[in-house]
Design a protein around this ligand. Structure first.
Ligand code: M6R
Length: 357
């Protein structure tokens, strides 16, 4: 039920801090250590390469998950769009582990990959919000996202839940491998939950940006580098899907190789700047587009902010920034759709779970 909320999407955006806390609770043992299915741990130890298979928003969570698994657990990862993988399977490693990420657990494109890789005898793990779902029943192992029912077609809390569970999986694997690192995901996720809550106070600013940038426009660009690049891809999907504005999430450094030709007077460009190593370069990209007439806005993170930034997000561990930076992106899409009188929860041409290939 929506309760006092005008839309499920807004309710689900606001539920994200509670989802983070629920995940901490579900994946924590009595000694405050990670609690995870021993068979999943074993499968992670045995594989020489993880193949993440997903669609849409879940694919975008997979892109972030790759960074976790590679940086924290030293496991090589490929992330594939399910509908492409089915028909164009890459050369597989000797001991692949297939990880399906799916809110609904019913996405036909992903299921078709699962059927194929099972025929080949490869092990599979599903991360899903619906444990009894097809992908969960048919895979060897399941990790539950614990996000609660997601009703709005635009996926929000499932994305952050997927990223949180992937972080836990990465750290658990690293520990099992005896790798040393200074990252307690359960503690860091608690900080993330508080940071997400802090953003609730910023809704008015975000609504104002949406009004200013998106009410009239036909197109928009989001730019970022590193992890921010993955988040801006999700940001643009969210905007397209519910506000029908043509949007693109772009790697800041790649603009000059062609796309910058699209920038004209007043083109909206939203930049994300939460990664220290690329902070100066993304700001350089903002200047490049501003010099060509773009209407720009920078969303940064505490510690990296510069004068003139439109929104400064609370500080969280650098690897977990997508969990926080995606929230204003979800809200921007929400308010854009609202101001353009779109049906926020049920956008045209779309279904909540895509059960056809
Ligand atoms: O249920 P799934 O996570 O497998 O769904 C995948 C996509 O269809 C889904 O994320 C879609 O892109 C959303 N509507 C995006 O908001």
């Amino acid at each position: 039920e929506k309760g006092t909320y005008p839309h499920f999407m807004l309710k689900e955006i606001d539920e994200q801090p509670f989802v983070m806390r629920k995940i901490i609770q579900e994946y924590q043992d009595e000694n405050d250590e990670i609690k995870l299915d021993g068979q999943v741990r074993q499968a992670m130890l045995e594989t020489d390469r993880v193949y993440i298979i997903a669609a849409g928003t879940s694919f975008h969570a997979g892109l972030v998950g790759k960074q976790f698994l590679e940086n924290i657990a030293n496991v090589p990862v490929e992330v594939h769009i399910a509908s492409e993988f089915s028909y164009n399977m890459p050369l597989l490693s000797e001991k692949p582990l297939f990880v399906f990420i799916s809110q609904s657990g019913e996405t036909a494109d992903s299921r078709s990959v699962l059927v194929k890789i099972k025929e080949l005898g490869h092990p599979s793990l599903t991360l899903t919000n619906v444990p009894g779902s097809t992908l969960s029943r048919e895979a060897d192992y399941t990790l539950h996202l614990h996000a609660g029912p997601e009703i709005a077609v635009a996926s929000t809390k499932a994305y952050t839940a997927q990223i949180a569970v992937l972080a836990i999986l990465a750290v658990d694997t690293a520990k099992a491998k005896g790798l040393s690192f200074d990252f307690n995901p359960l503690q860091e996720l608690a900080i993330v939950a508080n940071a997400m809550e802090g953003l609730t106070d910023q809704k008015e600013i975000i609504e104002e940006i949406a009004r200013d940038f998106f009410t009239e426009t036909r197109n928009a660009f989001y730019i970022g580098r590193g992890l921010d690049y993955f988040v801006v891809q999700e940001a643009s999907l969210k905007l397209k899907e519910i506000s029908y504005i043509q949007a693109e999430g772009f790697a800041g450094g790649e603009l000059k190789h062609g796309t910058i030709a699209l920038i004209e007077e007043g083109t909206p460009v939203i930049a994300l700047a939460t990664q220290e190593s690329v902070n100066l370069s993304i700001r350089g990209n903002v200047q490049e587009v501003a010099a060509r007439g773009a209407k720009t806005c920078v969303i940064s993170m505490k510690g990296l902010e510069q004068e003139g930034d439109t929104l400064v997000l609370p500080h969280v561990h650098e690897l977990l920034t997508p969990l926080v930076s995606v929230v204003p992106m979800q809200l921007l899409a929400y308010y854009a759709a609202l101001h353009r009188d779109c049906d926020v929860d049920k956008p045209r041409n779309l279904a909540k779970s895509v059960t056809v290939e």
